[in-house]
Design a protein around this ligand. Structure first.
Ligand code: FE2
Length: 378
């Protein structure tokens, strides 16, 4: 397994140094997820350096979404293997890897990998925490680590509580016991692994929330879309709003229809003007109706971005009301500020005490007071 996006810098350095022996590298590279551009660059470098050393045998293993991303992002042929739930790869010596698709838990292409010999479970971001000490495992104990574990869960997993619940059901059906959970962030969970695993029943509680639910469509590798959408989701879930998130670069039209059917407020972070995300945006608009849905559009600060006004007008033209005025880039600001007022009105950053005129509605979960907690200043 390769280190993921936010693995410690030392792990990346270690991997870079190991490239020196790449002519004898193993035949399989299994990817937890690929969405972060840093991982993409690493894979490309590995494949190129291996080829230079005469090693053309490496096969990259990932979910269909993951491999599709990689094929679109790197400019070389490579061997790949798509894995589905329950697929296995026998590495020899008893190390049979079992794969589980656990999408949308931070990344749309996330998978878990279980080594049946070591009984280690590799989970990408799931069960992670932003915590680092001299300890490799969770010896500090639940009481000390739980705040970090819970904050990470609240920021990245709770906004996709439905996906987290589905993932937990799959993990309970693994072919064997789990000796330790190896996440992409924080200590290896072994001393208290059962307690950590059980804590993710938080997702079942999150799904019991009543009231309008919000679906956030964000855009991977485009401006600040990822970070802003996570900040918004965190603000909403902190106010007990049920949220789910989907990457417009990874979702398909069928999933768009289902997601819009489950949710009453649709948030769109502006995609580039052309490409998969833009195509899926058309599906989003077509999947909404004026009776069931309200919408919010936000700028993403990306290049060649579809203008916020253009996206707003597409929703309005088919009769869908705004949940609140769009979040736009504050003109003339040296910093990147999102504002809730139309450009012509006097504007204040969302993270301040902004109170949009004419925006929002009493029953909508998107209220300025909610947004003010999301720190939408980049
Ligand atoms: Fe991560």
């Amino acid at each position: 397994m390769l280190p993921t996006r936010s693995s410690s810098p030392c792990s990346w350095t270690r991997w870079s140094r190991q490239l020196g022996a790449i002519s004898t590298w193993p035949l399989w590279i299994t990817l937890w997820c690929l969405t972060p551009s840093r991982t993409t660059g690493l894979i490309e470098n590995i494949l190129k350096k291996a080829a230079e050393k005469g090693n053309n045998k490496i096969t990259v293993v990932g979910s269909k979404v993951c491999i599709t991303f990689l094929q679109n992002l790197i400019h070389m042929d490579f061997k790949s293997k798509l894995v589905k739930d329950g697929d296995t790869i026998d590495l020899g010596g008893g190390h049979e890897l079992e794969f589980l698709l656990t999408p949308n838990l931070h990344w749309p292409d996330t998978i878990c990998t279980y080594d049946r010999k070591t009984e280690l479970l590799y989970t990408c971001d799931i069960f992670g925490m932003h915590y680092c000490s001299k300890e490799i495992t969770d010896v500090e104990g639940v009481e000390e680590l739980k705040p970090h574990f819970q904050l990470y869960y609240n920021c990245l997993m709770k906004p996709n509580a439905k996906s987290a619940t589905t993932a937990m059901k799959k993990l309970r059906k693994l072919a064997g016991p789990v000796s330790a959970v190896c996440t992409g962030h924080g200590p290896i969970l072994t001393h208290h692994k059962d307690e950590w695993l059980n804590m993710y029943t938080w997702s079942e509680d999150a799904l019991k929330v009543l009231g309008p639910a919000v679906c956030i469509f964000w855009v991977s590798r485009h401006g600040e879309s990822e970070r802003l959408s996570q900040a918004l989701a965190f603000g909403l879930t902190s106010n007990d709003v049920l949220v789910e998130m989907h990457d417009l670069n990874a979702i398909d039209a069928f999933e768009v229809v289902e997601a819009c059917g489950r949710n009453q407020v649709i948030v769109v972070f502006a995609p580039p003007m052309a490409g998969t995300a833009e195509d899926n945006l058309s599906s989003v608009v077509a999947s909404c109706n004026g009776k069931s849905h309200r919408f919010l559009v936000s700028a993403s600060f990306g290049e060649n971005e579809d203008p916020v006004d253009s996206i707003v007008s597409r929703f309005v033209q088919v009769g869908i009301p705004e949940a609140m005025p769009a979040l736009r880039l504050l003109d003339g600001s040296p910093e990147k500020h999102l504002v809730v007022q139309p450009p012509a009105a006097s504007s204040a950053p969302v993270s301040g005490q902004a109170s949009p005129k004419g925006g929002g509605c009493a029953e909508c979960p998107l209220q300025p007071s909610t947004l003010s907690e999301t720190a939408l200043v980049v």
